[in-house]
Design a protein around this ligand. Structure first.
Ligand code: ADP
Ligand code: MG
Length: 387
């Protein structure tokens, strides 16, 4: 997947990389290193490192990260051989099917050497500015179970995830305003599991219900809390995550069907006035997408009893409808899309981080995730200020 030089950040269009991308695309121009769109939907790919088991098996890598915005899925054997931890990797597809050799570009592609700080710098850092301009924002981590969604959003003590890093930046920004503004910041953390909404900050509570008020969706009874320090925030996130029907390290396939939605509500007004601005940031660690791929079978969509994650499917349908510029966007079809109605498309900035494994064993999941992400790239909605 990765050329030796990339370890030191060699994310440049070297002549060799350009040649590889050209041979895969059949296009004579070099791939652009600038983001493909300037839209309010940005799509990123994060390729996680091979895990111990995959490395032991000397599993073939199915992604070749060419530079900071492009990759080749299922590269051809004839491509330049690459090394991983000094070991030459196999490129031949053991199933002997023809390699897809599919070139794709995104707003940014992160390889296995990218840490959460790097991901933050290029994904959600700018979100703070957008929020203060008056737009709601939502950030998704998408991908199959084990692809790195929770690692990206929550992270761990040594490598804190982008939920935390974004919040630290948001606090710093608010601190600057505190002198002459009245500010309220509260957070909520909920889970959607089997179309039931649970409060992760208040695990004793019963399921939460969604209410519509003046066209807005309100989560009735959701506990919101003020957070007074960054450490407290991380603790609350970790605590909340433990309440998830899926514990982050739980490999139970059943339980990977939960979506965790962390929401930040900010209200601020110049001191002594009532000119309040409201904005909302939602960060969502989605359920494993391997369940959604089965739903590409249209018939399965109507099979009530099947093991389908309704919310994830509905999210895909909303994304398709937005990408096709359809008049009717089916937000109402699931809990997740109802909750995020004011944070998806229309008046909102959306960031999708699609997580993939580079291992041969994850071939179908990785391919489906890349297709989904490629589709999401096509959404270009008009921003409307919400203040
Ligand atoms: P998911 O939430 O998509 O099911 P996880 O985030 O739990 O997947 O990741 C699965 C495993 O891979 C975890 O042990 C995690 O620590 C590890 N992992 C994921 N992404 C990375 C990464 N970029 N770097 C190092 N380890 C990672
Ligand atoms: Mg997870």
């Amino acid at each position: 997947m990765v050329l030796g030089s990339r370890r030191d950040g060699g994310k440049v269009c070297s002549p060799r990389n350009i040649k590889r991308f050209r041979s895969a695309t059949g296009v004579s121009a070099a791939p652009s290193t600038s983001p493909p769109t300037n839209s309010n939907v940005q799509v990123f790919i994060r390729v996680r490192p091979l895990n111990g088991r995959e490395r032991e098996k000397n599993d073939r890598s199915i992604i070749d990260v060419v530079d900071s915005t492009s990759l080749i899925f299922d590269p051809k054997e004839s491509d330049v051989p690459f090394f991983y931890h000094g070991v030459k990797q196999k490129l031949r597809d053991p199933t002997k099917r023809a390699n897809k050799n599919l070139p794709l570009t995104f707003d940014r592609v992160f390889d296995q050497y990218a840490d959460n700080n790097e991901v933050y710098e290029h994904t959600t850092k700018d979100v703070i500015k957008t929020l203060f301009e008056g737009y709601n924002c939502s950030v998704f981590s998408y991908g199959a179970t084990g692809a790195g969604k929770t690692y990206t959003m929550l992270g761990n003590d040594e490598n804190k995830g982008i939920m935390y890093l974004t919040m630290v930046a948001l606090y710093a920004e608010l601190e600057k305003l505190r002198e002459d503004h009245d500010i309220t910041l509260v957070v909520g953390y909920i889970e959607v599991y089997n179309e039931v909404v649970h409060d992760l900050l208040n695990p004793e509570s019963k399921q939460l219900h969604l209410l519509e008020r003046n066209g807005d969706v309100v989560i009735s009874g959701m506990k919101v809390i003020e957070i007074n320090s960054e450490d407290e925030l991380f603790e609350r996130l970790v605590e909340g995550n433990k309440q998830r029907t899926q514990h982050p390290t739980d490999a139970n396939a059943e339980s990977s069907r939960s979506h965790a939605i962390f929401q930040v509500f900010v209200k601020l007004a110049p001191k002594g006035t009532d000119q309040f601005k409201h904005f909302k940031l939602s960060m969502i660690d989605l359920a494993g997408s391997e369940r959604a791929s089965a739903t590409q079978n249209v018939k399965a969509r109507f099979n009530e009893g099947s093991n389908i994650n309704k919310s994830l499917l509905a999210l895909g349908n909303v994304i398709n409808a937005l990408a096709d510029n359809q008049r009717h966007i089916p937000y109402r079809d699931s809990k997740l899309t109802r909750i995020l109605k004011d944070s998806l498309g229309g008046n909102c900035k959306t960031i999708m981080i699609a997580n993939v494994s580079p291992a041969q064993i994850a071939y179908e999941d990785t391919y489906n995730t890349l297709k989904y992400a490629d589709r999401a790239k096509k959404i270009k909605s008009k921003l409307q200020k919400n203040i």
